[in-house]
Design a protein around this ligand. Structure first.
Ligand SMILES: [Zn+2]
Length: 160
């Protein structure tokens, strides 16, 4: 009983876990970076709204771009104390590229958009020297894009 009692006392004594402030993620220079990686002139394109939200357990993603909107979503997990902020910034860059490619190449396929978005993610984490975060094998999570990978050369540049 004693270890249990000690655990309970420690739990009671621990400071309350900091509440998630849903809007604290800074877009900062990430938008400019995404424009550069996607080779898009963003001077006439307003940056989208970044919303930090709880995706729940059903969605296995860190970020999302609801197609056709001017909103990108980032999981609230990124605001956690132990979150890898650089990885989350990379995800923001990734979603920003989805936003940009949708605007600039409306006919782009989802696989082409993923290729550009993951290229940008990889370029970002390499720029900030987090080589451990690179995702060269991103296509493994997108079985629907396997055909796309076979068809395309190493470049993910859309043909239109
Ligand atoms: Zn994506």
């Amino acid at each position: 009983m004693r270890p249990l009692l000690l655990t309970l006392l420690l739990l009671l004594a621990a400071p309350a876990y900091p509440a998630i402030d849903a809007m604290t993620w800074e877009l900062g220079g990430l938008y400019e970076a995404a424009c550069e990686y996607a080779e898009v002139d963003c001077t006439e394109i307003p940056s989208p709204l970044l919303i930090v939200t709880d995706f729940g357990r059903r969605i296995n993603a860190l970020g999302m771009y609801p197609l056709g909107t001017n909103v990108i979503l980032l999981t609230a997990e990124c605001t956690g104390r132990l979150a890898d902020k650089t990885k989350c910034d990379g995800i923001v860059v990734h979603e920003l590229v989805h936003y940009l490619t949708y605007l600039v190449y409306p006919k782009i396929t989802s696989c082409q958009s993923e290729a550009l978005a993951w290229d940008a993610f990889n370029a970002y984490v390499i720029d900030v020297k987090r080589y451990d975060l690179t995702r060269k094998d991103w296509i493994k999570d997108y079985p629907q894009c396997a055909q796309f990978q076979k068809l395309s050369s190493s470049s993910g540049t859309p043909s239109e």
